[in-house]
Design a protein around this ligand. Sequence first.
Ligand SMILES: Nc1ncnc2c1ncn2[C@@H]1O[C@H](COP(=O)(O)OP(=O)(O)OP(=O)(O)O)[C@@H](O)[C@H]1O
Ligand SMILES: [Mg+2]
Length: 344
Amino acid sequence: MNSSFQNILNLLQQLQLSDAEKSALEKAVKDADKQYEIINFKLDRTEKVKRTTAILLEETIQELELKRKAIEESNDALQKSLEELKAAQAQLIQSEKMASLGELTAGIAHEIQNPLNFVNNFSEVSNELIDEMKEELEKGNYDDAKEIADDVKQNLEKINHHGKRADAIVKGMLQHSRTSSGQKEMTDINALCDEYLRLSYHGLRAKEKSFNAKFETDFDASLSKINVAPQDIGRVILNLINNAFYAVNERKKINESGYEPTIWVSTKRVNDKIEISVKDNGTGIPEKIKEKIFQPFFTTKPTGSGTGLGLSLSYDIVKSHGGEIKVESKENEGTEFIISLPVV
Ligand SMILES: Nc1ncnc2c1ncn2[C@@H]1O[C@H](COP(=O)(O)OP(=O)(O)OP(=O)(O)O)[C@@H](O)[C@H]1O
Ligand SMILES: [Mg+2]
């Protein structure tokens, strides 16, 4: 019994009380003592629970800290592999460029051949003209000699013109292989379309002798130059044209009677935009893959033939110029890609 209660009991014995009163008081004190013990016991238990809870809490905190560290570590790992992926992607894009340069080589050779032929022919003719001029001079026919000199001058201008053309083609080729600086300059979109159409056509013909397709152009002569990165927009046009030629060639393989593989390249001004359309009467794009064609690496070409980066790169380039790229296609009828670029 608690000592205070014991003291009360001892005091009770010394009081002048009846037995009944004494035992009633004694019972009350004993009950109080019991209550006191129960409360004490409960208090003690609560204290113990409190302590175990604190320990458990501490453990949980430690566990959480471990988990936080683990998450941090896997975050770092994820970040690292993301960076690796980005580097790999950049490398792929560069090798894609080199591959498409390879595809272009034949077209480029063909394009250079033309001005080269002019240069050779005109210089040969000029050589002969100089001999004639000398003869006339010896004969004293100064008027004839002067006329011949005019012809030679004209020829030299032509030689210069075609030399410059070859120069521009080589420069364009070098630009194409370089990692694009994205440098914008005032660009003649019609000339760009025309150039890449020829490069694509002659490139494909050089690669596959049996390849042939008709192409038609309809360039809006009133277009003014617009400020774009020419080699980037050139890549977009080239990819669309290559895709179109590929699609008509695939359809040709089915041997439909009367099928005439054709692609159309046109430009026009629509309000404050320039629209470039590349249309073909090829295989068309099945409805179920239409939404995938702009995804990187999506391709239906046989392994090794395409990277599937063409349209995804094109999409990025057009977006970065503040433009849009749209596609309309019907299976077994054909496809039209329309790029619109803001004039300012
Ligand atoms: N004119 C088109 N006609 C039919 N299908 C097309 C046409 N253009 C694109 N596609 C479809 O979209 C897919 C993706 O085109 P994308 O240019 O991105 O890659 P790719 O041409 O397959 O490969 P790469 O451009 O690297 O050679 C093509 O594989 C093809 O299935
Ligand atoms: Mg492509």
